[in-house]
Unconditional design. Structure first.
Length: 123
């Protein structure tokens, strides 16, 4: 938990056996990580799915702009750019009818969002 008036910067630095290093920094402020994750939570259900996938989020805190479906080989199979109505409601029903059974990757992207989850289609 952090105090709202404070800002923290956390940096993770990793070094490989060749001596090369990589760093990535994160700025933490206003709310703790657990609270942040809960506010920006996106739900994808049911999983496994037959043909209708439901995606929901809290429109006050996050807004996916597009939803993509990828094969596990990395090929983009479907793309849905969200309309204003979906963004305001905080939900989308996505029709996956006709896709063969198997494992896929669903990707939700927006300004403050890049979520990938595995999705199992079973008929």
């Amino acid at each position: 938990y952090t105090i709202p008036s404070l800002t923290y910067r956390v940096t993770l630095t990793v070094r490989n056996n060749c001596g090369e290093k990589s760093s990535h920094g994160y700025r933490l402020s206003e709310i703790g990580l657990e609270e942040f994750d809960e506010l920006h939570k996106v739900e994808v259900y049911p999983n496994p799915v037959d043909d209708k996938l439901l995606i929901s989020w809290n429109p006050q805190y996050t807004s996916p702009e597009e939803v993509l479906l990828w094969s596990v080989q990395g090929k983009q199979l479907m793309k849905e750019v969200l309309e204003a109505e979906n963004l305001e409601q905080g939900s989308l029903e996505w029709d996956l009818y006709g896709l063969p059974e198997g494992v896929y990757i669903i990707n939700l992207r927006g300004m403050d969002l890049d979520i990938r989850e595995s999705l199992l289609i079973q008929h």
